[in-house]
Write a protein that binds this ligand. Sequence first.
Ligand SMILES: Nc1ncnc2c1ncn2[C@@H]1O[C@H](COP(=O)(O)OP(=O)(O)OP(=O)(O)O)[C@@H](O)[C@H]1O
Length: 269
Amino acid sequence: MPVIDGTELTCQLGGRVVFAHLQLQIPRGGFVGVFGPNGAGKTSLLRALLGLIPLQGGTLQILEGDAREARTQIGYVSQSEPKEAEGRLSVAAFVGAAWRGERWGFNWHLTALHQAVRRALERVNAAHLASRPLQSLSGGQRQRVRIAQALVNPARILLLDEPLNNLDPQSQQQVLQLAKTLTRQENMTVLMTAHDINPLLPFMDHVLYLANGKGRMGTVNDLLTTPMLSELYGTPVTVSEHDGMLSIRVGNGFIPEISHHCHDHGAQP
Ligand SMILES: Nc1ncnc2c1ncn2[C@@H]1O[C@H](COP(=O)(O)OP(=O)(O)OP(=O)(O)O)[C@@H](O)[C@H]1O
């Protein structure tokens, strides 16, 4: 059974169809890269899975049940950076601020909170950062701490919206390796949006590609092909590979957000 099972999902925002008739069968423990040009609906899809924006059509089951009930088991790291005031918090306080533990008594509550924070930070290899102010961290450390915050409550699905933005290749690899470890060691399901496909190639199990109000899911080899993407975009698209790097050209131009980073990603895990 898919852990996210969407049929004919349709999303409209501001009177415009963002995507329609989307079939989404995401297997448990999979690492899914979510791609598409600017405005294709990647963020909207994650927010719709979380129930933050409504779907106008289709049926959605999450964790084999009602999506509304399952949402407490989804961790989410949004695209937006923490607010300035949050930057002054210690890493432990920032992670703990999202905790939804039971409040059965002050001492019990504090112990459970500390345990939840420590465990979440250990899972992202950031326990040693607990007392540091958030604003003192590097971009890569901050992304790992934001993932810890998304994991401080029991989560079986993790949605990461462009977590690689503004990270150097080494920090990108650390975030990708962390996501992969969560899928392999904890059977967590991870959806990660990104603009550059190349860094994800060694890590992801499936590709979900959104374009032109439609979406297709498959393996890298099945989906990232000239015929498949041409059909999805509704216009000629060329997928080519050079030195292990994929580039995608739509019509007469490269998709800048995919092609212009390619030279940055020589490092392999
Ligand atoms: N709250 C909103 N009201 C109206 N339109 C919206 C709203 N949020 C997003 N949109 C529109 O929905 C479309 C999809 O936006 P979305 O942010 O999901 O795309 P994206 O693929 O994540 O883009 P990017 O790669 O630029 O982050 C865009 O045309 C956007 O302008």
